[in-house]
Write a protein that binds this ligand. Structure first.
Ligand SMILES: [Zn+2]
Length: 407
C-alpha cells in the first residue's frame, strides 16, 4: 500500500468537519478503488464505524457504489467501494484563438471520446452558439451517459474567479466577457471557467497528488499553444493574486524591442515561444503580420514543422532550436521566481521534446541562480494526453473529489 502523506490527507477526528471527511473518503476511493471500508478506516486511521457513517451517506447519494465481494483468507468477505465513472460525464472545452476543442470525459477526468474541434469565432455569442450545438451533439452521440455534471471551459486569458468572467483574453481580443452565463443559458448545464494554464496545473496536481513525494508540492504548468498560459500551484492552492493575473509569465518581457505580442506590448515570452511565433520564424515573417498568408502556410502547423525537422529540414530544426532556447530562458525566470518542485510543459511543441530538450536545458542552466535550481524537474506532457481538456474536465470533476489541503 502506498504511504499516505498525513500533511495532505488530514486524519479525520471528532473535530473534523463532515464536509472534509466526505471529501477525504471520496478522494481515497477515487485514488485506490476498489477499496474496502476496512482499508479506508486503516488509511484514515479512524474507527470503522466512523467510516461507515460517511460511506452510507455517499452510497445513498449515488456518489460511490458497492461492487464485487473481495477474497480474504479468513473471516467475512469485504465488499469493495468504487466510483461509477461511466454513466456520469463532464464536458470539457478548450477555447483557443485558432480552434475550439470539445471532449466528453468521465467523472475521473478520463476522456470517453476523442476531442473534436471547430474554428474559433471571435464573437462570444456566436462562439457560444456553436459550442452549445457541439455539446448537445456530443451528448446525443453518447446515450450511455445518464447525467452530464457540467461543462468545464478553459480560456486563453485571465478569469475573475468569483464571477468566472473573462477579464482579458489577448489572443481573442476579449475583455469582460461573461461566457459562463451565456453558455449556461445555451446548454442548461452548470459551467465552470478557468484560465487554461491554471486549469492544467489544477488537473496535474489532482492527478499526481501522491507522486510529488516529500516536497512542498509546488508546481507550475506552462501551456504553449496560440499563446502561453501558465498556472502556478503553491502549497496545493492555485495562485490567483489580487487581480486574477498572478502567474502570467507569458507576458514577462524577454526584450524591450522584441516581436509584437497579442497583449499589445513588445518582446513578451509568448511572442517568442507560442506556436504562431515558431511558425513565423520558420516562414521568415513577423508574428504579428496580418493579412493573407500563402496557401502552404495557412494549414501548416507546429506538428508539420516538427515532422520536417525530423526529416532533416535545416530551417525547421533551426526554428525549433530558437524556440527551445527562448522556452528555456523563460523557464529559468519561472524557476528563479517561484522555485517550484516541478514544471510541466504542455503543447504541441512537446512532440519535439527529444530534439529541443538540450537547448531548453542549456538556456535554463545559463540563467538559473544556483546549480540545484538548474536541475529543476521539467516534465513534458504529451499533447495526446490533452492536458488542457483534462484541465477543463477537472474544473467540474475535481471539486467533488478534491482532498482538502491542510498545511
Ligand atoms: Zn504580451
Amino acid at each position: 500500500m502506498k504511504r499516505v502523506h498525513t500533511s495532505r490527507f488530514r486524519v479525520a477526528t471528532r473535530g473534523t468537519s463532515r464536509e472534509i471527511n466526505r471529501s477525504i473518503v471520496l478522494n481515497l476511493v477515487r485514488e485506490r478503488q476498489p477499496i474496502s471500508r476496512a482499508d479506508l478506516a486503516r488509511v484514515m486511521d479512524v474507527r470503522r464505524g466512523a467510516v461507515s457513517l460517511i460511506v452510507n451517506d455517499l452510497l445513498s447519494e449515488g456518489l460511490i457504489f458497492e461492487g464485487a465481494t473481495g477474497e480474504t483468507v479468513r473471516g467475512r468477505k469485504p465488499t469493495f467501494l468504487y466510483i461509477d465513472s461511466r454513466r456520469r460525464a463532464v464536458v470539457a472545452a478548450d477555447i483557443r484563438a485558432s480552434e475550439t476543442f470539445v471532449m466528453l470525459a468521465d467523472l475521473l477526468g478520463k476522456p470517453m471520446a476523442g476531442p473534436s474541434s471547430f474554428p474559433t469565432v471571435r464573437d462570444p455569442k456566436e462562439l457560444v452558439a456553436l459550442l452549445a450545438e457541439r455539446i448537445k451533439r456530443l451528448l446525443a452521440d453518447h446515450p450511455e451517459v445518464d447525467a452530464c455534471e457540467g461543462v468545464g471551459v478553459v480560456v486563453p486569458g485571465m478569469v475573475e474567479h468569483s464571477t468566472m468572467r473573462v477579464l482579458h483574453a489577448p489572443t481573442l481580443g476579449w475583455r469582460n466577457v461573461n461566457l459562463r452565463e451565456l453558455l449556461a443559458a445555451a446548454t442548461g448545464f452548470p459551467v465552470q471557467i478557468e484560465n487554461s494554464g491554471r486549469a492544467c496545473a489544477l488537473a496535474q496536481a489532482w492527478a499526481s497528488r501522491d507522486d510529488l513525494g516529500g516536497t512542498s508540492g509546488d508546481l507550475v504548468f506552462v501551456s504553449v499553444s496560440d499563446g502561453v498560459g501558465v498556472g502556478v500551484m503553491i502549497h496545493g492552492e492555485v495562485l490567483r493574486g489580487r487581480h486574477n493575473i498572478a502567474g502570467e509569465f507569458g507576458h514577462l518581457p524577454l526584450s524591450l524591442d522584441g516581436p509584437r505580442c497579442s497583449c499589445g506590448s513588445n518582446g513578451c515570452w509568448e511572442a517568442y515561444v507560442s506556436n504562431p511565433a515558431t511558425l513565423a520564424r520558420y516562414f521568415g515573417r513577423q508574428v504579428e503580420q496580418a493579412g493573407p498568408t500563402r496557401v502552404e502556410q495557412r494549414h501548416f502547423t507546429v506538428e508539420d514543422l516538427i515532422a520536417r525537422a525530423r526529416a532533416h529540414d535545416a530551417k525547421a530544426s533551426a526554428a525549433l532550436e530558437t524556440t527551445a532556447r527562448y522556452l528555456g530562458l523563460g523557464l529559468a525566470s519561472v524557476i528563479n521566481v517561484l522555485d517550484p518542485a516541478r514544471v510541466y510543459v504542455g503543447g504541441e511543441i512537446t512532440l519535439a521534446w527529444d530534439l529541443i530538450e538540450p537547448a531548453v536545458r542549456a538556456a535554463i542552466a545559463e540563467r538559473a541562480l544556483t546549480p540545484a535550481a538548474a536541475e529543476t524537474d521539467i516534465r513534458p506532457v504529451a499533447s495526446t494526453e490533452y492536458p488542457r481538456l483534462r484541465g477543463a474536465a477537472a474544473l467540474v470533476a475535481a471539486p467533488a473529489f478534491a482532498a482538502p489541503v491542510v498545511a
